[in-house]
Design a protein around this ligand. Sequence first.
Ligand code: URP
Ligand code: ZN
Ligand code: ZN
Ligand code: ZN
Length: 463
Amino acid sequence: MKKLITNGTIVTAADTYQADVSIENGVITAIGRQLPVDGAEVIDAKGCYLLPGGIDPHTHLDMPFGGTVTDDDFQTGTIAAAFGGTTTIIDFCLTNKGEPLQNAIQTWHAKSEGKAVIDYGFHLMIGEINNSVLEELPEVIENEGITSFKVFMAYKNVFQAEDAVLFRTLKTAKEQGALVMVHAENGDVIDLLVQEALQNGNTDPIYHALTRPPEAEAEATGRAALLTALADSQLYVVHVSCADAAAKIAEARQKGYRVWGETCPQYLVLDQTYLEKPEFEGAKYVWSPPLREKWNQQELWNALKSGQLQTLGSDHCAFNFVGKKELGRGDFSKIPNGGPIIEDRLPILFSEGVKKGRITLNQFVEIVSTRSAKLFGLFPQKGTIAIGSDADIVIFDPNQQRTISAKTHHMNVDYNPFEGMNITGAPISVLSRGEFVIREQQFVGTPGNGHYLKRKRYNHENA
Ligand code: URP
Ligand code: ZN
Ligand code: ZN
Ligand code: ZN
């Protein structure tokens, strides 16, 4: 059925203006003042912004990790995402060495099909490069529309790849039109620091942060940027947590390297002292890279404001405290790494960023949606409000106040790292391809309605 959203203020990465939006067959068909109703269902958005649906470029749903598996799957995770104004996620498909990439991709399709309530795509992890991987990559890009590859420089003996793998992935990506993503931490050095800490009896959660210092992140970030330059390729650094790593990205960009950086809400508003919470509660804040000393937050905000960091991912990787985080009692290295962030990503950036005057309203839209659409081959289908784009629209009340709490969130996990935080601004209704997923803050979507997204190749001109 046709829909007409009236009285809202459209906000894109470029503009803010009042107009009605007409929707038919899942796409935006008209934008203008006083559009004819013409039998459409009219939705009054008075006092609200109309935002392009958020794009979360970094999630880990239903993922085996740390001796267990994450607690949000493609159903609970995408429902929580939708409550938070996100209508597209790109999840990391893990691969196993010695197995065809196709197996991993089919595993991820099986996890997501029939479950997702919003649209989704996959990034593909590259753990090794050999002839069979090199043969498969062009098919993966062409047939699956997977145009971004992830290389881990950390998690020794688990996901970590050698520099040669990163370098060859960069070269292949350059040839094929893909974007290489890195988890940039020096895994070898961290592994030694962890062993040292444990030998000295330093087993509390805070040692997770102390054994993964900012230098280890900055070093790997700089190394990846230089290898990117050497391969004349393109790089996207995920979850930048600290000033030193952000500076490496700024330096690379200054030199003209094609390097992009993502940060996450947790690094913007939480700090390392959270890992010192008593009763093992610090484990709730264990993820990698770790939370940093508080002064780093200002530097990350500055980098978002100046455009040296371009996107915000959630790095959603949810583990319950009871039974999961607790696996690391007595040994911080056994705490599953990751946090539940998918639902609060966009609202936190609005409240802490726009409302506090750190970034503009249009920058906010660019950071939570538009830039990821461009980098990951989804623009202009996603990432904007324009004629012909998918009707992924958030009706957002910029004044509604609420307090974040595990008691009211929709993630399938028993704590919220932002518990007690007061924020301003909330998604009221959320449409995915023209259908309500959230209506007046109630879930009305359908598992399985989310579509798998085949994405376009990386094109630097359009990024
Ligand atoms: O601790 C984290 N970030 N867990 C998820 C995996 C990753 O490194 O992104
Ligand atoms: Zn990572
Ligand atoms: Zn991650
Ligand atoms: Zn469908």
